[in-house]
Design a protein around this ligand. Structure first.
Ligand code: COA
Length: 352
């Protein structure tokens, strides 16, 4: 997708964030349900019935979230540049025109510093603003809103947002309840300043949270509340989730958030060409689509082949829908996510 020029006539204070390109990456190593069943007390039928997942991609030993993020980010920048361009975007700014890099992740390379500065430097963007967003599986939608804010305020004209997660580094490989659900991956979008009424424009947004359920999706130890010690239990070192409760909250919050953002835009579900929910699991997606009165053909599902990839799941689902040829310029997309925190959020996007 060629990078459209930033319109210098757009006053920074009222600029909308406009999608220029999408780039995605999943590590090549695939773990199927059958492979999991060889080491865990589970089976393909249980996993598929409960989650709709058949396989997930997993990082190679020694790799980290930034490795995924760099691959996805590079693809988004290359796509925006027009294949094979010499570092110059369609408006001649090239990667130098990227003012900020945001990485949405729950699995940063290190607790300190953030992963985004390293990712920015590895992409040739040293000097750009760079920071992480921590909103668990809602991270990509929170990142979109943050990028839109940077653009609307005139702080940045072009922002690279990357949702990247490596849950294989956080989930106990022997925990059958969670090891079957999550996969590793990254998805990036390049956003630029533009007009709210042009194809590619994002907005409005709805964001929310409820910290009274902080322990519903959690890693108990390793933060300032419960630092890691040699005595820290295996369970407390790893990702934990109360699946049934998460399921109920996810359906309610995603449905409400989707309705809120449609109301805010003066739209109805009938106006939505494609619903692109966070790919938590197939049953959740189907329940939310049903609650919204959206037929399944208008609900993007990509979870079967990659699992729940956290903050990467929405851009991965977007890229999958684009690759299938199901998206046309001007299509109205509804993006909705839910995750630990609890957090949730939605936004509308017109496909560029
Ligand atoms: N294979 C086989 N059995 C498993 C299993 C697995 N991988 N994981 C759990 N089980 C067992 C449980 O131990 C339990 O056994 P018991 O009845 O003997 O106690 C049984 O299956 C039912 O477990 P339960 O947790 O009640 O299953 P469920 O129908 O609620 O499905 C989830 C579990 C996790 C798939 C479901 O709760 C869910 O989808 N939750 C939302 C998770 C999610 O999407 N999170 C991301 C949000 S961003």
């Amino acid at each position: 997708m060629p990078l459209a020029a930033v319109d210098a006539a757009v006053p920074a204070a009222s600029a909308a964030a406009v999608l220029c390109s999408v780039g995605v990456w999943v590590p090549p190593h695939v773990v199927t349900n059958e492979e999991l069943a060889r080491r865990l007390d589970t089976d393909d039928a249980w996993i598929r019935t409960r989650t709709g997942i058949r396989a997930r991609h997993v990082l190679a030993p020694g790799q980290a979230t930034s490795d995924l993020a760099v691959e996805a980010g590079r693809r988004a920048l290359t796509d925006a540049d027009g294949e094979g361009a010499d570092g110059e975007g369609a408006d001649g700014e090239g990667v130098d025109g990227v003012d900020a890099v945001i990485v949405a992740t729950t699995t940063p390379d290190r607790t300190c510093p953030a992963t985004a500065p390293l990712v920015a430097s590895r992409l040739g963007l040293t000097g750009a603003a760079a920071f992480d967003v921590a909103a668990v599986c809602t991270g990509f939608v929170y990142g979109l809103a943050t990028a839109a804010g940077l653009i609307a305020s005139g702080v940045a004209r072009r922002v690279l947002l990357i949702g990247a997660d490596a849950y294989s580094t956080l989930v106990d490989p022997m925990d059958r309840a969670n090891a079957v659900i999550f996969g590793d991956g990254a998805g990036a979008v390049l956003l630029r300043a533009g007009h709210a009424d042009e194809p590619g424009a994002l907005g409005p947004f709805d964001l929310g949270s409820d910290g009274t359920h902080e322990d519903m999706i959690t890693v108990a130890a390793g933060g300032s509340r419960v630092p890691l010690t040699p005595e820290t239990s295996r369970a407390d070192r790893h990702f934990a989730m109360r699946g049934k409760e998460v399921y109920r909250h996810a359906v309610t919050r995603m449905t409400e958030s989707a309705r809120t953002v449609l109301d805010r835009a003066g739209r109805k579900t009938d106006d939505v060409d494609l619903f692109v929910p966070h790919q938590a699991n197939l049953r959740i997606l189907r329940s939310v689509a049903e609650e919204l009165g959206l037929p399944l053909e208008r609900c993007a599902t990509h979870v079967e082949s990659v699992g729940n990839t956290g903050a990467a799941s929405i851009p991965l689902a977007l890229a999958d829908a684009a690759a299938r040829g199901t998206l046309a310029r001007g299509d109205r997309l509804l993006l909705t996510a839910f995750g630990g925190g609890l957090t949730w959020g939605s936004c509308l996007l017109t496909w560029p």
